[in-house]
Design a protein around this ligand. Structure first.
Ligand code: MG
Length: 353
């Protein structure tokens, strides 16, 4: 058994980076990404990096709260300080765990996984009609799994577009729809009726109530999601519903029959959540939280460590930033473990100095 991770020297830098193009979801329009990069070092000069990239619309807390917690940590961090972080600071916990793992891997001189392994990547399509043109471009590049954001414009227009989009998909391709919780039950039913017998891999988060909406609303939405998952043949995936480490356990206990979209950057103990999902033989998609390459490197370590059936990664997001130094490997239909391992976190840290 390994000993507890030792105490490390701690430093952090805030970032606020313009995106290359605006990213639209049902929650918000992203023009910038904000977060915090943390740097740990040990007495031997080994360094590790991690990224706290909260998504307040999911209920993760804010960057300002993360900064306050970083300031409160002072200049060293170990298990005791991690244990005292507020519950809402899962993103910061994820960042510190990732940096600890960097250092542990440097000690072992190992990549942590089979360097030759690779995973398919889902191509992210723009919202609305521009998706149709992009399918051909991405299909030519070799992508066979596509993701389309819905719940943004008029529901009848979007449903009509679905058929146009399905018509241009290459043979054998699959389409993921992500509503980001935009629909009520009846709207979700309209969509799910239309999705049956079409090549829809899953519908992601058709409905959502954040914790801030109150316990009764969360419970109602949970019941709606369970009902939809049982009533329609197209699988439903949870994303926004998995904002806290305990949420995965809760949905497993409820017998959730659908998929899980896991954003390791948002989880305080992504390794623990991963093992729980492996034990449940769940369908899991590892996904970007629109973080920089530092957070993505740690998230992809979890994706490559996954022992269940590999599904296309939700990492078809790059190029994402106006300043390409912050991007991970540019979206290709496949991502190798070595591509993720080659990400040089120090370059990003220095760019923020
Ligand atoms: Mg999503």
């Amino acid at each position: 058994m390994a000993a507890d991770p030792p105490t490390h020297r701690f430093a952090f830098r805030q970032y606020r980076l313009p995106l290359r193009t605006v990213v639209r979801t049902a929650h918000e329009v992203w023009t910038h990404r904000s977060g915090v990069i943390v740097r740990l070092s040990d007495a031997s000069g080994r360094v590790g990096f991690g990224e706290a990239a909260p998504i307040p619309a999911f209920g993760t807390g804010t960057v300002e709260e993360t900064l306050a917690s970083c300031a409160a940590l002072g200049d060293s961090v170990g298990e005791a300080q991690l244990g005292r972080l507020p519950q809402a600071q899962n993103c910061l916990r994820a960042a510190i765990r990732a940096a600890q793992e960097d250092i542990a891997l440097a000690v072992e001189c190992a990549g942590g996984h089979d360097a030759d392994s690779y995973r398919a990547v889902a191509a992210l399509l723009p919202a609305g009609r521009p998706a149709i043109e992009q399918v051909a471009v991405k299909a030519d590049a070799g992508f066979r799994v596509f993701k389309w954001k819905v719940g943004i414009t008029d529901i009848a227009d979007e449903i009509a577009l679905l058929d146009d989009l399905c018509a241009v998909l290459p043979g054998g391709a699959k389409l993921r729809l992500d509503a980001n919780g935009a629909w009520d039950r009846r709207q979700a039913e309209r969509w799910l009726e239309r999705c049956a017998e079409r090549p829809i891999e899953f519908v992601e988060q058709p409905c959502f109530s954040p914790i801030s909406a109150g316990e009764a609303a969360v419970k109602r939405t949970t019941d709606v999601l369970l009902g939809l998952a049982h009533d329609y043949p197209t699988p439903i995936a949870l994303d926004e519903s998995l904002v806290d480490d305990g949420d995965v356990a809760r949905w497993l206990e409820l017998g959730w029959p659908g998929w899980f979209v896991v954003k390791p950057s948002l989880l305080g103990d992504a390794a623990g959540v991963r093992r729980r999902l492996e034990a449940a033989r769940a369908n899991v998609v590892f996904s970007s939280a629109l973080e920089t390459a530092i957070g993505a490197k740690a998230a992809l370590r979890h994706a490559f460590a996954w022992r269940g059936e590999p599904k296309a990664l939700g990492f078809g997001v790059w190029p994402l930033f106006a300043d390409a130094r912050f991007d991970g490997p540019v979206a290709a239909p496949f991502l190798r473990a070595t591509d993720a391992g080659r990400i040089d976190s120090e370059v990003i840290w220095n760019a923020l100095g």
